[in-house]
Design a protein around this ligand. Structure first.
Ligand code: B12
Ligand code: SF4
Length: 500
């Protein structure tokens, strides 16, 4: 038997931006499709962040978003220096949007969905095939520098059907089992001007309900301790018929209550019927793009559908009525947004928080992402460049929210300034003035959270006291009290033992 070739999948992300529990789903898809198509030929290793200097391998597969592109370039160059004859293949959101940024040290870029093309490409390299025409005719969504003609060869990616995509490998890698995620559709039917989704996936494809249920059943067996799953779809609720079918199948398989779920919705799609369905599916947490408290700005950001301030508020009310944990995503600093408009957005969202209609709000400073309308605007104004000399880190640090990785707004701002993050609305609202307003409202938001948490803590403590007393008389409550003590540790609620 032939020796297995070593393949590294490098997920480039700055450790400061990283959620340690997150393992990118892209790796799960790439790994399972390679192992299915090329069994026993590869020894696949997963590497996060930077690549150690002495790392040797036959293949480097690298995945990067645009804000991480500088780190990706560093990794590609250092790996190339130590592995002159290895094959380096770049995939993911950044290269798909800007294929001509493929550096000379990399051999190929795979655009769009990687599952099929990368298998063909790895096989081509393993077989030492030199036929450039084969690459051009058989592999879709490919970029490489064609030395013969001295220019990039770029072909359009093909949209895959979910039936062509093997189930991702969610299991432990490098000995660590991490939280599994679900992706049940690729793309979004809308085309918001700040969002790169539609340009990346072109058209939406939906995983059939039967196949989602199989995934849930698999996760249920293999992740016995996991109780909640985040669904990463841009718009999980886009196809209601599919959800109805999913409900019927999960009910039949007795899996309805196995997990709770978090997903994205859209304000103009929220109604009582949808909420009923979401409840039945055991969805407990949802977020939607509120974006702005002004119809003028909403028209600029979300030209399609019917996302007005009125629908935004109505959605919050209906979702809360059904008991969902509701999170809003807001965009500030849209070019032409005035101070008055910004204040209106803040006052409205803070009011929703105060009334308990929403649980958290993330304030995002509009940042142009490649593939969006605002990327073109930023390019025209020479604020960004489609070049490897551009400081790609300038596209990070735009979302300020209570549960972000920063302890407080000032730390968040310090990091934003350090990275010189891009801002597009200087003419209508100077950046420093924006920060002053953001800081003031971040304090208000924190106060609301503290008040809410105190109330929750009181409820929690009362429950513990009840269990403690009842545990003196009943075995059932002894168990409940034990569980409560564990959840207290998990919650990190500061309650003195003597208090109950
Ligand atoms: C989960 C998530 C996160 C997670 C993890 C991020 C990550 N790097 O994966 C967290 C919370 C950390 C995060 C943070 C941010 N995110 Co985010 N995030 C997502 C989300 C919701 C899902 C990503 C995902 O797993 N998709 C599913 C997988 C299967 O898709 P995929 O990764 O694209 O992989 C496929 C192909 O691209 C390709 N592929 C990918 N890698 C490779 C590698 C090789 C070698 C090959 C061959 C193929 C290949 O094949 C895969 C399967 O088909 C997407 C939206 C979405 N629905 O995709 C946004 C998204 C990726 N995030 C985005 C942004 C802007 C951010 C932030 C900048 C936000 C911020 N406020 O700072 C940060 C940046 C963090 C960072 N420095 O990387 C943008 C990216 C835009 C861009 N052009 O780069 C997206 C697309 C949202 C959007 N529509 O605007 N995010
Ligand atoms: S912002 Fe949301 S609704 Fe708009 S295109 Fe992106 S994913 Fe779709």
């Amino acid at each position: 038997m032939q020796d297995k070739k070593k393949l590294i999948f490098n997920y480039v992300i700055d450790k400061d931006d990283f959620n340690p529990n997150f393992r990118p789903l892209a790796f799960g898809y790439i790994k399972s499709s390679l192992e299915k198509a090329l069994p026993d030929m590869l020894n696949i290793k997963y590497l996060e962040g930077s690549i150690p200097e002495d790392e040797k391998a036959d293949f480097l597969l690298i995945s990067s978003l645009s804000p991480d592109w500088q780190n990706a370039l560093t990794n590609i160059r250092s790996f190339r220096a130590n592995n002159p004859s290895a094959a380096i293949i770049v995939g993911g959101q950044h290269i798909t949007q800007l294929p001509e940024t493929l550096p000379a040290e990399a051999d190929f870029g795979i655009l769009g969905e990687g599952e099929i093309s990368q298998v063909l490409l790895v096989k081509f390299i393993l077989e030492k095939n030199q036929d450039i025409d084969y690459l051009k005719t058989q592999i879709e969504g490919l970029v490489f520098f064609d030395k013969k003609v001295n220019e990039f060869y770029i072909s359009n990616p093909k949209r895959l059907d979910f039936t062509q995509i093997p189930q991702p490998d969610w299991l432990a890698e490098n000995g660590i089992k991490k939280t599994p995620y679900l992706l049940t559709s690729r793309g979004c039917p809308y085309n918001c001007t700040f969002c790169s989704s539609s340009n990346l996936w072109k058209k939406v494809s939906f995983q059939p309900a039967e196949s989602i249920a199989e995934d849930i059943s698999y996760l249920s067996k293999n992740f016995p301790k996991i109780t909640n799953i985040s669904i990463l779809d841009d718009l999980f609720v886009a196809d209601r018929k599919r959800l109805e079918k999913l409900y019927e199948i999960l009910k039949e398989k007795n899996l309805l209550k196995r997990f709770t779920y978090a997903c994205n919705v859209r304000a103009d799609l929220v109604d009582e019927e949808l909420c009923e369905l979401m409840k039945k599916l055991n969805i407990t947490y949802c977020s939607y793009g509120f974006e702005s408290g002004n119809d003028r700005i909403l028209k600029l950001l979300k030209p399609q559908g019917n996302c007005s301030v009125k629908t935004n508020i109505k959605a919050a009310k209906i979702l809360k009525k059904y008991g969902f944990n509701v999170n809003l995503s807001v965009v500030v600093g849209t070019p032409t947004e005035t101070k008055e408009e910004l204040l209106k957005t803040y006052n409205l969202t803070i009011d929703l928080l105060k009334k308990g209609l929403v649980n958290d709000v993330a304030y995002n400073i509009l940042t142009p992402m490649p593939g969006t309308h605002y990327w073109k605007v930023a390019l025209e104004n020479n604020i960004v460049e489609e070049s490897n000399d551009f400081q790609w880190k300038r596209l990070t640090i735009f979302a300020d929210f209570k549960h972000s990785s920063f302890d407080n707004f000032d730390d968040w701002l310090k990091e934003r300034k350090k990275r010189n993050s891009v801002y597009l609305n200087e003419k209508y609202l100077p950046e420093d003035e924006l920060y002053e307003i953001m800081s003031k409202y971040a304090k208000q938001r924190d106060k609301i959270f503290d008040r809410f948490n105190n109330k929750e803590n009181r409820k929690f403590k009362t429950k513990g006291l009840r269990y403690k007393i009842l545990s003196l008389f009943s075995k059932k409550y002894k168990e409940k009290y034990k569980k409560w003590k564990i959840s207290k540790l998990n919650k990190n609620v500061k309650i003195k033992e003597t208090e109950c």
